[in-house]
Design a protein around this ligand. Structure first.
Ligand SMILES: [Zn+2]
Length: 213
């Protein structure tokens, strides 16, 4: 293992320990329902499960993954990440968490306001993060965490994830999502500017769809 890999591995361990501790604390007070390998917070189940199942039912490879969907205060609408301790235990034991922002003061895009067709695009995007993690070994996963520390790294990862979403057949929904965020949502202007920079713009999504299909 080269020094760079050792450093990013150590960094990953330190930065995710706090998240894992939070996961354990959350499990004690929340109720979840299991559907196959999915463990779903009951509030998500009631409001969004039908939309989530549209892309999820298409992604057979992800149905074997252990994924937990839970609520948390975030700086974005949703996020998907591996549970780092599970990553240390090897690929067979790997678990993933999809977190949904439940911060009522959040001035970005709230999931409850998003139209169904756009929401399906966002869910497909989050699931593509998991497909990307699944294709990676431990050092590759830590590398992703490292990339998220820089603005350019974020742009690279999010554009790649958007292109996976298009390749998986959810370009139209992703277009609705990107378009909703920038043109129809109540998000503040700073948030929209950030989104326009880090993620594919609606026109880029349409162009890539034309090239892909
Ligand atoms: Zn993303």
């Amino acid at each position: 293992m080269v020094w760079k890999e050792i450093i990013i591995l150590l960094f990953g361990l330190l930065s995710t320990t706090a998240m894992a501790a939070q996961d354990i604390a959350d499990t004690k007070i929340k109720k979840y329902r299991k559907i196959g390998n999915l463990k779903i917070d009951t509030s998500f189940q009631a409001a969004y499960l039908q939309d989530f199942m549209v892309p999820f039912s298409e992604f057979k490879d992800l149905q074997n993954c252990r994924i937990k969907i839970k609520n948390k205060k975030l700086k974005t609408t949703m996020a998907a990440r591996p549970n780092f301790f599970s990553v240390l235990l090897g690929k067979k034991n790997r678990r993933y968490v999809i977190v949904v922002n439940d911060d009522l003061k959040f001035n970005g895009v709230k999931l409850q306001d998003v139209p169904s067709e756009a929401r399906i695009g966002l869910f497909a995007h989050e699931l593509m993060h998991i497909r990307d993690y699944e294709s990676r070994k431990i050092t590759g996963i830590v590398e992703r965490g490292y990339q998220y520390l820089s603005h350019n790294g974020k742009i690279k990862v999010e554009h790649y994830t958007d292109s996976l979403t298009i390749a998986a057949g959810f370009g139209q929904n992703l277009y609705h999502w990107a378009s909703y965020v920038l043109h129809d949502s109540d998000a503040c202007e700073d948030y929209k500017a950030f989104k326009a920079e880090v993620y594919m713009k609606p026109v880029t999504i349409l162009n890539q769809m034309e090239q892909t299909f």
